[in-house]
Design a protein around this ligand. Structure first.
Ligand SMILES: *[C@@H]1O[C@H](CO)[C@@H](O)[C@H](O)[C@H]1NC(C)=O
Ligand SMILES: *[C@@H]1O[C@H](CO)[C@@H](O)[C@H](O)[C@H]1NC(C)=O
Length: 176
């Protein structure tokens, strides 16, 4: 390689990463605007039957405590974001799947699914192959299993509350 070329490539790579982060932050901002407490309450609780719960896998309940624990085990931030993204993409698709098209939460949930899909595309372009092995294992289990995995009844709003809390934890530093 010619001299002087490597720093240039490095510079391009950094620019690429920064552009990706900005794009990611724009999606996070859109998610934040759609996931305010009022909207979660209205679309995920008031529009559902009283005490309605979803049957989800244990791995689909991703709380702040899970992230704290994984950080203590030195799992990288990219992996943690990928975990959050994978869990919540799947959770939202499950919520969407129980809604008939005329349901007042249908469009709201579809829009959230779409934002998560966009975010997943960003990740797959930039961050593939950099995942911590234990996060990979959880994600694999998440998307492949179902039948064998233990299940838990959870309120849809509680699932989205977790989604928001973990999102703030993972992104408030890098997306101001
Ligand atoms: C909903 O759950 C609450 C708390 O567990 C309970 O007190 C209430 O009776 C339940 N309502 C219905 C309609 O099942
Ligand atoms: C989060 O922690 C709970 C136990 O507190 C566990 O059942 C669940 O599988 C963990 N979720 C993930 C995605 O690691």
């Amino acid at each position: 390689m010619q001299r002087g070329y490597a720093p240039f490539l490095y510079f391009v790579a950094v620019l690429g990463l920064e552009a990706a982060m900005q794009k990611e932050c724009r999606i996070i901002e859109a998610l934040q605007n759609k996931l305010t407490y009022q909207q979660r309450l209205q679309y995920m609780k008031h529009y559902f039957p009283i005490n309605y719960t979803m049957n989800v896998q244990f791995e689909e309940v991703l709380r702040v405590a899970n992230i704290t624990r994984l950080r203590d085990q030195s799992v990288g931030e990219l992996s943690l974001r990928y975990l959050w993204l994978s869990v919540n993409s799947q959770v939202l698709l499950k919520i969407w799947a129980v809604l008939p098209e005329k349901h007042p939460s249908w469009e709201y949930t579809r829009d959230l699914c779409y934002l998560f899909e966009q975010l997943t595309e960003e990740y797959e372009n930039y961050n593939q192959g950099n995942m911590d092995a234990n996060v990979w294992d959880v994600v694999e289990q998440l998307v492949s299993s179902d039948a064998g995995s233990s299940r838990k009844a959870v309120y849809p709003k509680a699932l989205l509350d977790n989604c928001v809390k973990v999102m703030l934890m993972l992104y408030s530093e890098s997306c101001k």
